[in-house]
Design a binder for this molecule. Structure first.
Ligand code: NAD
Ligand code: USQ
Length: 397
């Protein structure tokens, strides 16, 4: 039986991943410092779905499945020794690392959030890898990165999975072949931390021969998975506020509660998407297919498809009759971009991804319908501005 420690296992992606693995016979432990729940309090926002405490969730799961998930309350960025001890005691074959501050808008709000995001994300990643080296164990690290490391300028080519093969002109005019990390172009402090994570992984994979997989994931949509559906007390979180709510879930929620769909700028931004059920499947595939010690970092693009924001808005408006509001874009991003991205590695491992379609929208909208009395209209507007030159997202319907 494989043992997996899930860092950030109380979060939107981490919780359903922990349950998915536990239901399939993996021995699972969770490390989380509950910082995401504290940020809810700080922002006066919260999950639309009423999530139970980590203890209640784990008890309910044990009663339903007969499986025990161990929980460690540890800040992986600040408490190196507890992290190291937990890894030693739990003795996992794999650590899945979700434990980072993941909102781009939150990371841009002010200097305090910029510094927190940097210290939390980089500190946590470095602590994890240092702890494994200290323990002299060969533990596979699977990290959740982002497709945002590639940037969103139209590349004019299909974005490969992490590496770019290049020919460099040498001084004798001959060409030298190299495979390099695809040049990063982070669009926020959050995306900057994910770009820096890549270099940290490259170093430890080379110097300490750690087997590492980095999953460059697109925007996750949906809420429930096969396991979280089994009991109300297992429900996954659903963020809809201007900082943590991601675009597709926000539009679906806005359509249900009668709010106009808040398209930033012209809505010409093209992004990569994946459903939460596929997130958990992909993580399992990555765990089951580790690189060998000494291999370079294995990079997968964890995406199902790419879509333009205004096309998503139009699709949902046509389906529901919702209005579309084009608001000033609070972010510093190209007004229009094309995006082609390979996902050949996961497809070759058997992934047949869920694509955007009404049936699944229906499920997400049902969740919103059930919990819409918890919706706070004050939380919808994006409040974080990328630069001082930006003005708040005024509605220009
Ligand atoms: P989330 O905020 O819901 O979950 C992250 C969890 O990590 C939270 O439970 C939080 O309390 C915990 N955490 C954060 N810092 C910690 C620390 N120092 N010590 C211990 N625990 C800590 O975020 P999510 O949406 O589940 O994202 C998980 C990972 O996946 C992130 O790294 C994110 O960058 C990546 N990702 C998410 C998406 C998405 O659309 N949600 C897309 C691409 C990549
Ligand atoms: N957008 C709107 N209206 C909204 C919200 C967003 O038009 O109400 C636009 C944004 O301007 C942006 C796009 O939609 O162009 C995506 O924004 P988002 O908030 O859905 O996603 P993003 O900030 O990129 O971040 C999310 C996750 C992050 C993950 C990333 C994957 O929060 O953790 O890394 O998606 S990626 O986008 O591929 O970088």
């Amino acid at each position: 039986m494989r043992s997996v420690l899930v860092l950030g296992g109380d979060g939107f992606c981490g919780w359903p991943t922990a349950l998915h693995l536990s239901a399939r016979g993996y021995r699972v432990g969770i490390i989380d410092n509950l910082s995401r729940r504290h940020i809810d309090d700080e922002m006066g926002a919260g999950s639309l779905s009423p999530i139970t405490s980590i203890r209640e969730r784990l008890d309910i799961w044990r009663d339903i499945s007969g499986q025990q998930i161990d929980y460690f309350f540890i800040d992986v960025a600040r408490d190196f020794h507890s992290l190291r001890d937990a890894i030693e005691i739990f003795a996992p074959d794999t650590v899945v690392h979700f434990a980072e501050q993941r909102s781009a808008p939150y990371s841009m709000t002010n200097s305090s959030h910029k510094r927190y995001t940097m210290e939390n994300n980089i500190g946590g990643t470095n602590n994890l890898l240092t702890a494994i080296v200290d323990l002299a164990k060969s533990i596979h690290v699977v990290h959740l990165g982002t497709t945002g490391v590639y940037g969103y300028a139209s590349a004019g080519v299909e974005i490969p999975e992490g590496y770019l093969d290049v020919l460099i002109k040498a001084h004798d005019n001959d060409f030298v072949k190299r495979s390099i990390l695809f040049p990063t172009s982070p669009g926020s402090v959050y995306h900057l931390t994910k770009s820096m994570d890549q270099l940290i992984f490259q170093y430890y994979a080379h110097n300490d021969r750690l087997p590492i997989t980095d999953l460059h994931q697109g925007i996750v949509w949906g809420t429930q998975t096969e396991e979280t559906r089994q009991h109300d007390g297992l429900v996954n979180r659903f963020d809809y506020d201007g900082d943590y709510g991601t675009v597709l879930n926000r539009f679906l929620m806005q359509a249900v509660v009668g709010h106009a769909l808040t398209v930033h700028g012209t809505g010409g931004q093209t992004r990569a998407f994946i459903n939460i059920q596929d997130t958990v499947r992909c993580v399992q595939l990555a765990i089951d297919n580790p690189p060998q010690p000494g291999d370079r970092v294995k990079i997968f693009n964890q995406v199902a498809e790419t879509k333009r924001v205004r096309d998503l808005a139009e699709m949902i408006a046509a389906m529901t009759g919702a209005r579309i509001a084009y608001v000033d874009n609070p972010r510093n991003e190209d007004a229009e971009n094309d995006l082609l991205m390979s996902n050949a590695a996961f497809r070759s491992l058997g992934l047949d991804p869920i694509l955007l379609r009404e049936q699944l929208f229906g499920e997400t909208m049902e969740i919103v319908e059930r919990f819409k009395s918890r919706y706070n209209p004050k939380m919808v507007a994006a409040r974080s501005l990328w630069t001082r030159n930006h003005r708040p997202g005024l509605v220009k319907e």
